[in-house]
Each structure stands twice: as C-alpha cells, then as structure tokens.
Write a protein that binds this ligand. Structure first.
Ligand SMILES: [Zn+2]
Length: 180
C-alpha cells in the first residue's frame, strides 16, 4: 500500500481493530519514509449482481437511500435507518457469499423494515415487488393484518401462550394462499 502523502511503496501497521459492526478491520499505518499516518479499511468484498447482469460493490449507503425514500414523512429517525441498513449488511455478509443478487438485498430489507414501519414497508414492497394492482396492496396488507392478529393474541393472554407458537407458525404460511 503506497503512502498517500509521499507515495512510498511501503507502510507499517501501528494499530489494527475491528469496526463496531465487526464487518471490517481498520488499520492505522505509518509511512517509514515521511512518518505520516493514515488509515486503511479492510472488508471482505461483497458484489451485488443487478438484474441486467452488471455488478457493483455492495453499498450500505444505497440500501440506506432506498429505505429512506420509503420512510419519507414517517416517524422513523436517521438512527433507526442507519441501524436497519447495518442489519441488512450484516445479514447478507453473515450468509457468507461473495456475490449476492440485487433481489436478495431487497429481500433482506423487507423483514426489518416491516418491524420498523408498516407503511414504509408497503411502499418499499410495492416498488420492489412491483405491485401492479390494488389487489397486490390488499394482499400485502392482509398478510400484515394476519401477522398482527397472531402477534397480539400472543401478547395479551398469558395462559394462551403455550398454544400460540404453533398457530402463529401456521398463520404465517396462510397469507400466500389467501391472495387467491
Ligand atoms: Zn510517506
């Protein structure tokens, strides 16, 4: 790695630590020639394959801007958005592939966004899954309602909680058939 100041072809690592999210290593380096210090960041390369077949490096900023658009006017803070983008990147990197389809990045956004804000989720899903008709929205809303009903049943009654785990699982599968 060339020194960015004097172009000396070598540098010495003086400190090395993982970033907060653990997906990269930050190294503090010193140039043995000019003695100046600089930082490099090392992360596993993650390539996104677009539908057209072209590739680009994974960009958390890109995830963030897509989700931010869907959250316009919604009570969602920048901090929550940043956290969501981080969760998305972590879930993709944890899967361990060096290449992911752009589609899979969208899939990874859906679940955490649904937990964050249902309206934003519907907006994102409508663009990302190309909702064409009102029925597409109605079906997506039916899924949200079914899961909300299943969830509220579990939290309200303490004694019913034992049986709930199995019914929740069954209901989560149901909505796909319900669209017909
Ligand atoms: Zn130098």
């Amino acid at each position: 790695m060339h020194c960015p100041f004097c172009r000396h072809p070598d540098s010495r690592v003086v400190d090395s630590r993982a970033t907060d999210d653990g997906t990269a290593i930050r190294r503090r380096r010193q140039c043995p020639s000019c003695q100046r210090r600089f930082t490099t960041i090392e992360a596993a390369s993650l390539t996104v394959v677009k539908r057209s077949g072209t590739t680009e490096p994974f960009s958390r900023e890109k995830v963030l801007s897509g989700v931010r658009k869907a959250c316009q006017g919604r009570p969602v803070t920048e901090d929550r958005l940043a956290l969501l983008a981080q969760q998305v990147e972590e879930s993709i990197r944890t899967a361990g592939a060096a290449e992911v389809e752009a589609h899979d990045v969208g899939v990874a956004v859906l679940a955490p966004l649904r937990d964050l804000d249902e309206v934003a989720y519907l907006r994102f899903a409508s663009v990302y899954q190309a909702f064409d008709t009102l029925e597409d929205f109605a079906a997506a809303i039916a899924v949200l309602r079914a899961e909300r009903d299943a969830g509220s049943g579990g939290t309200s009654g303490g004694d019913a909680s034992t049986g709930d785990a199995s019914t929740e699982g069954a209901r989560a599968e149901e909505p796909a058939g319900r669209t017909t």
